[in-house]
Design a protein around this ligand. Structure first.
Ligand SMILES: [Zn+2]
Length: 162
């Protein structure tokens, strides 16, 4: 985190909007960075004067800031944010898995529908083939006279040849 980032936290703090768990992060930086500390005092003075609650930057706050330096080893600024990352990733993963499940279910339904469609098409073709077969059988049944004649013709031909 850079000084610019802490400026945002400072503004939040002075507006009373800074999350409690981020306070040590801000104070740890203020304890180490004189420039930001001066800015912070200036901001706070302006803020307090604006609110007409305090005339001066309260000493207690100053000592609280410096106390963080004594109490805490320089805390790596990242720790707070690193802790938040896995939760974020987990949420993203859950959303991704849900989206995948919805997609797969949808695809499967689509696939089922297509299979069902193909099935009925095959059934139609099967019916058509069966119908043709029946027609051909009927035709064959109707055709014996032709066969008989063919046999007769053959025998007549054979007789003539003899
Ligand atoms: Zn700074």
């Amino acid at each position: 985190m850079h000084c610019n980032d802490f400026e945002i936290l400072m503004n939040e703090y002075n507006d009373g909007e800074l999350q409690k768990e981020k306070e040590p992060l801000l104070f740890a930086h203020l304890a180490q960075c004189e420039r930001c500390r001066e800015d912070f005092k200036l901001y706070s003075n302006m803020q307090f004067k604006y609110r007409e609650k305090f005339d001066e930057y309260p000493d207690t706050l100053d000592s609280r800031i410096m106390a963080t330096l004594k109490n805490r080893q320089p805390v790596p600024d990242k720790t707070l944010f690193q802790k938040q990352v896995p939760v974020y990733y987990l949420q993203a993963a859950v959303v991704a898995v849900l989206a995948l499940v919805v997609y797969v279910v949808f695809q499967m339904r689509e696939f089922d529908y297509r299979i069902e469609n193909q099935k009925s098409q095959y059934m139609q073709i099967f019916e058509a083939v069966r119908y043709q077969e029946q027609q051909m059988n009927r035709l064959m049944d109707d055709a014996p006279s032709a066969k008989v004649r063919a046999v007769i013709d053959n025998t007549e031909i054979q007789k003539k040849q003899m």
